[in-house]
Design a protein around this ligand. Sequence first.
Ligand code: F3S
Length: 421
Amino acid sequence: MKLSRRDQEMLDGRHGAPLRRAMEGLVTLGKAYGAADMVDIGYAHIHAGMAMYKDDVELMEELADAGATMAVPASANIANADLVNWRDTGAPEPLARLQQRAAGAHHRMGSASAFTCTPYWAGHWPTWNMHMVSIESTVTIFCNSVLGARSNRDGFFAVYAGMTGRYPRFGYHLDETRRGTHLVRVETMPENISDFSALGYHVGKSVGGGVAVFDGFARRPTLDELDSLGAALGTSGGISMFIVPGVTPPYATVEDCFPQGRPNDAIVADATGIAETYASFSDATDVFDLVHIGCPHASFEEMKDYARLLHGKKVKDGVELWITTSRSVRNMAVEAGYITVMERAGAKIISDTCPMSCHFARTASPDPKLGVTPPTLRGIVLDSAKQAKYVRDMVRCPTLLTSTEKAIETAISGRFVPRFG
Ligand code: F3S
């Protein structure tokens, strides 16, 4: 792999041990994927340092202690506990304290301790053709598909890329990968954000690791709808990018997306596919302990909508309603008065984490000293196919999937309100 003079200097240790370690990792990655050279990146969405795994936080502290810093603007991904209101989720204090240590490491390294899966709503907004890295698939997909930035679905290497400002040129950093592989004919316009999630989950199953091109939306989807669509596409499939011609830069038409020729067959996205997703995540039981909305972490516009739906209402006794959003968006919603409305209704506003990322995960093996005992939940009502999939797999809890509006109706009435019927 061709290295620049500075890449080689970093590899030789002339800029210190942390950068040598980072460049060694990136060279190994690049060789494994046959990268010809490296590119300059403009943004890095990096590993949080997950408190459920003590070593993970200590790894971030070790880098910060060694003097590692971010060479480009960087934000931290979702964490295992709300750093401030951890008591609202029942998280043990040692877990929250450990998560706060990870925030300290990020402060020292110069990365924003955003602890969110939607850093774009918090102001991290890469632009068309900017190379970047991301540990979070939702971020990768949104930035590739909506903003036209260039990102793979990365792992811990994103930290090394953030430190060096460099990344091997492979995958979605190459023009030839950013082309349609599957055509999706939209026959039913999704009616709300949750429908976009259901549709994305349905389509993702057929696209695998390809690039889905959506043809036929009756109107331009909103940013929140595109965010929800992408998150779900990346959950049922290994998708890193989708294209909506006229929305995704630089594709104006379906033909632009398929320089090799338009496929003969198309995946049909219709009401049946949407309904199937809702049905597949609605377990037979209608008993639940928690209603959750805000996956991916809610935008300001979504917070506004939740406040509208909750205004003057009261969450039923015995039911918990969690609304998850980044701390930055939460602060904006505080100023707008939305948090007061939601909290008056009895909702809990949680930042830095979500049900599948918090201490609920039964599939994690936390340090015994942290005192983490996942609660036994009888069911969780959700408005996101992504959250439903991971709650089922990682929290090992029955799910009930419905729309946002009906999830809020569920929280208020105490009885599950399905999307259809
Ligand atoms: Fe974010 Fe958790 Fe959903 S990480 S995308 S809120 S499953």
